[in-house]
Design a protein around this ligand. Structure first.
Ligand code: NAD
Length: 286
């Protein structure tokens, strides 16, 4: 059994981007620029935003921070987005979710120029992912793909099961697996025979949000198990959706929580920022 090291894989992605960014600066005279907006003072959001800024610093991107008070109106936020949309020096715009209740998230996400939408939440980018012609990666699922690829296992013809059908994880995850020729089953809260379906998976991706949801009897011997969940167990400790200690004895490869999918999501956001910059500025990437 192999424990997939998300920190190491994410560092490799970031180091490659660092090299590419150095080359961009030397040969094209610019570095990618990411604008990060946060509204209100949600502590978890503040940690996420600070980690995103640190990743920008590490790679060598320019980052612009907009910390707006909870009382910001939807109109004010839309005006800021419009300004950033029209600013030629800004390559990526990220609006940290959740937003305060008086602001409609869909309206905000749809207002971001889809060429700068580094979260790939805009309907145009979602559609492109469905078609398979895209350069904005759905961050968490794309991170999962990197982790699966790090095992060296081919996906072609394999049974892949995704538990969860959210717009952010489950649905785009299924599309990426399908694009790689896996036979994909999406399970959700109304799925019958969940155990049997999962036990037939060569690749099992759990994105449920329930600690200890995936037990060893749901896992095929030698399967790749990717745990996207972020939960707290009864002792308040961070954990995923998979009963890691038991499942690891049966899986061929497995991601831990923390240190699995989490670091990958930010690395893929950084990759999107790079892709957005070269795409927008018509740079031929060598
Ligand atoms: P969500 O709540 O939107 O979706 C959960 C999904 O689980 C739903 O589609 C639901 O149908 C399914 N589900 C719920 N109960 C089920 C059951 N009994 N049987 C089968 N399916 C069931 O959550 P989400 O945004 O997709 O996130 C899922 C988890 O992944 C959460 O723990 C979240 O914190 C985590 N997450 C992690 C990252 C990361 O960077 N690692 C990113 C996004 C989300």
């Amino acid at each position: 059994m192999k424990i997939i090291d998300g920190k190491a894989v994410s560092l490799k992605v970031k180091d490659e981007l660092k090299e590419q960014t150095k080359r961009l600066a030397q040969e094209q005279g610019f570095v990618p620029c990411l604008a990060v907006i946060i509204v209100g003072e949600d502590p978890a959001s503040q940690v996420y935003v600070s980690n995103k800024k640190k990743a920008c610093e590490y790679i060598g991107y320019k980052s612009l921070g907009f910390e707006l008070p909870e009382s910001t109106t939807q109109q004010e936020l839309l005006e800021l987005i419009e300004k950033l949309n029209n600013d030629d020096t800004v390559d990526g715009i990220l609006c940290q979710l959740p937003l305060p209740k008086h602001i409609d998230e869909e309206t905000i996400l749809n207002a971001i120029d889809y060429d700068k939408d580094v979260d790939a939440f805009h309907p145009t980018n979602v559609g492109k992912i469905m078609i398979g012609n895209y350069h904005m990666l759905p961050c968490t699922p794309a991170g999962v793909m990197e982790l699966i690829d790090s095992t060296g296992v081919s996906l072609e013809g394999k049974n892949a099961v995704v538990i969860g059908r959210s717009n952010i994880v489950g649905k785009p995850m299924s599309m990426l697996l399908l694009h790689r020729n896996a036979t994909v089953t999406i399970c959700h809260s109304r799925t019958a025979n969940l155990k049997e379906i999962c036990a037939n998976a060569d690749i099992l991706v759990a994105a449920v949000g329930k600690a200890g949801f995936v037990t060893e009897d749901m896992v095929k011997e030698g399967a790749i198990v990717i745990d996207v969940g972020i939960n707290r167990n009864a002792q308040g400790k961070l954990c995923g959706d998979v009963d890691f200690e038991r499942v690891k004895e049966k899986a061929g490869a497995i991601t831990p929580v923390p240190g699995g999918c989490g670091p990958m999501t930010i690395a893929m956001l950084m990759k999107n920022t790079y892709n957005a910059a070269v795409h927008r500025r018509n740079v031929i990437d060598k």
